[in-house]
Ligand binder design. Sequence first.
Ligand SMILES: [Zn+2]
Ligand SMILES: [Zn+2]
Length: 329
Amino acid sequence: MRLIVSLVSMSMFLMPTIALSGQGFDVIVLGALGGIQDGNLSSYLIRPHGDRNAIACDAGSLINGLKVAQDKGVFRDVKVPDGSSDSVIGHVLKSEIKGYLISHAHLDHVQGLVIASPDDSNKTIYGLPSVSAEIEQTYFNWKAWPNMLDRGQPPQLKKYRLEDLKPGEAKELTGTRMTVTAFPLNHGGAESTAFLIESGDDAVLCFGDTGPDEVQKASNMQEIWTATADKVRQRILKAIILEASYTSDRPDNLLFGHLTPKWVHKTLRALDQKAGGNALKGLPVVVSHIKYSLTIEQPQEAIRQELEAGNDLGVQFMIPEQGTLYHFQ
Ligand SMILES: [Zn+2]
Ligand SMILES: [Zn+2]
């Protein structure tokens, strides 16, 4: 394993923009929480390992997430080109993040994008049609914010191209070596999205907010597991980013379209069954969207204990911290 890592490092040095198929993904946590801490809201920078060209899955926090990651040394290998006046953070935002995947238009998933948009580079925002429409009508409408889009209220500043995704259909992510396939989620009646991101023979699954099928009276999670079970069985899927907003004592009628550790276990068991059983052992599951609490204790430790207590699948649960870089392979 160490040998592989050093070979990859050498290849990165020689060919900094070439992705090495089969090397998995880098994921940088730009925002880990689901509220209410402004500056640390859902956003994950995802790129094939060994490739600088990335996508952000949700954009609740962008600049603050990049700052925290820089403080942790995650960008020490970033080379800002000679002649550029960009800071490292400016370079990563404008030149390395090639687009945004927006799961739904709730403020805690788009705030960073909207706020940074005047200084951002031209890029594409990918989303299901209902999500694109919401972004256009709610934010980039010349009332909440100038219209940076290529549609909606004139004049259109055309900084961002809105690209509608068709559920279940893979689409190339411009400027990257990745494709994305969107799957609709039921988030307390609102449409949210899970994104299957693929590069070569690797895949990672990034969920937006979602409630459990049983509570929502829906089948969205089942459908995603049906579509991805083969990739799990074949170990093509390297990681899942999945939400758990509250501890398991939260009553179902107060979930507001979110999961708890109890429901995470239940839905992962459904995936395991579809993948033939004993298929999730060691699979990294990044537990996103835990809500910051105004109580003395934060819920992370309780959620971690609940996740481990019911972990009969042997999943590798991870509670993310803002600014952390993971390599999933
Ligand atoms: Zn949210
Ligand atoms: Zn939401």
